[in-house]
Design a protein. Structure first.
Length: 177
């Protein structure tokens, strides 16, 4: 339904105002064949999708590796926290890329030179061993390392009504009439 809506909006050249923002926890459980089109076109229609999952293996299992990679390629912002498996850690490490490093070299004759090498920025073992709340963020503006803030308990308490009890009361009242 959302994909059809996005398709109609996208093909009309318009966009949703205000924007529609979807947050999908355990995203792998709602993926289906051809959902990659939704990820590719949604932003152009003013619909922004945030999908959360624990492992790329979960995505691969649902839609296959090629389609999962297409979905991931269409995600402009990626936030990585500690991951549970080596395959996902390898993906994160590759995604964070390489960096130039300079190593001094001292020759036997006392000469000094510097060697430039391209090395993996963050090893997969470092991803597996991240502390709680640590993260890597990749956006079009750069790659960042950070830590989430500590969130205090809410000052506001919400008590939800027991709707099942209310339904029973209404049914009992209706039966007594």
């Amino acid at each position: 339904m959302i994909q059809a809506f996005v398709g109609r909006v996208y093909s009309s050249g318009k966009s949703v105002a205000p924007s529609l923002v979807l947050h999908i926890d355990e995203a792998q459980s709602v993926l289906y064949q051809d959902i990659e089109d939704l990820f590719a076109k949604a932003g152009g229609a003013g619909v922004f999708i945030h999908g959360y999952c624990q492992s790329i293996s979960q995505l691969f299992a649902e839609v296959g590796e090629d389609r999962a990679n297409t979905i991931l390629d269409n995600c402009n912002t990626k936030l990585f926290m500690r991951v549970p498996d080596a395959d996902t850690a390898e993906y994160v490490s590759r995604h964070l890329g390489e960096e130039r490093r300079f190593s001094p070299i001292i020759s036997i004759g006392g000469g000094l030179s510097i060697r430039e090498t391209e090395e993996i920025r963050i090893k997969h073992t470092e991803i597996l061993n991240m502390a709680p709340r640590e993260l890597f963020l990749i956006t079009y503006s750069g790659t960042y390392k950070g830590k989430t803030a500590t969130v205090r308990d809410s000052l506001l308490k919400v008590t939800f009504p027991n709707l099942a009890e209310k339904v029973l009361q209404v049914e009992a009242s209706a039966a007594g009439d």
